[in-house]
Write a protein of this length. Sequence first.
Length: 423
Amino acid sequence: MAIKKRGNKLSLYKRVPKRYEAIESRKFVWLALHTDSPTEAEHKAGPAWDQLVAAWEAKLAGDTSDAEHRFTAARDLAAARGFRYLRADHVAQLPKDELLKRVAAIGGTDSEPDVSDAEALLGTAKQPGITVSRALDLYWSLAQDKTRGKSEDQLRRWRNPRIKAVRNFVAVVGDKAISKVSGDDMLDFRQWWLDKMEAEELTPNSANKDLIHLGDVLKTVNKMKRLGLVLPLSDLSFKEGEAKQRPPFSDSWIRDKLLAPGALDGLNDEAKAILQVMVNTGARPSELAGLTADQIVLNSNVPHIKIEPGERQLKSKNARRVIPLVGVSLEAMRSHPEGFPRYRGTAAGLSATVNKYLRAHGLLETPDHTLYGLRHSFEDRQLAAGVDERVRRDLMGHSLNRERYGKGAALDHLHAILQETCL
């Protein structure tokens, strides 16, 4: 390192290290120290060189096709040049003298300016398209301050709800870039939770936790990666008692609208079949989605399905039951003797898919109706037919407000009951 006089001022003159030859065309560099005092020049030389090395390192990091690394490198390079990284639209609004300082700091020549410098100082570096699942990957390191001092068990209990929230959102909306997550996407996710709260008799607290954890992940990445996004995360939480019971479909609506020829042709085949099986079984959508081949018994005197623990945990011990197949439900199940693999691993998107289709095609009897209303319709038909309370609760998988004695109605007896009430 040498300090030499250049004009009336002192400058630092030094060879460019081989490490930076790929991004620095000069063999030697002159760094103006803006002083004619040897003592002051000695004091300034070290920090000036460190700043130049930092800029070279940032350029090296940006020499990649990875958008995240390029964006981070541009931000770091701007800092090494003594500026804060701003998006191009914000740079354009700077006062003229500040804008000219940025332009003057761009290396290269007038005819061939340094591209990396220009991206960093003029804010033209392309923002990375970080997906929701990628945001979760980044979140763990960006939120390290929140995990300091936690035990392994505490860390697991802290991580798992965030993993669950992101997985639920991706299953409903898709693994979109967080810059593309819209207000409608968040409302779709909220609606999915509303349906789930009713279907599984959950409290609003469960849904609100998911919304909070998802928001924490997205907001942390947005802030720490300095993406500058306006995320649609406000006014989504549920109030206690908000998950009201959805009304049942009338028999005439099911028969004349939902089961009309061609009415469901736009739905994917598995979602369509699950809806049809619900009509005459009253089973929960998640129970049908989890059926495996050995739980679907079609080669019996009484075709039936067995709701029992398998890949999916049952809601309660009362949910374990056998339901005969009749009418349109039997025909739909015959078309899917292996079950519904599309939704077996996760039924998260099933209700959202069906409800969206029914809403778009005018197949909801009222705005308050949802897919789950078919379960209520099934129970109402049994009640109207005078079916014994024990039998009704056994078919629905509900608890009985007294001791259960015996095995309950035989399969052929249940079959006769459902034949009388099927649509």
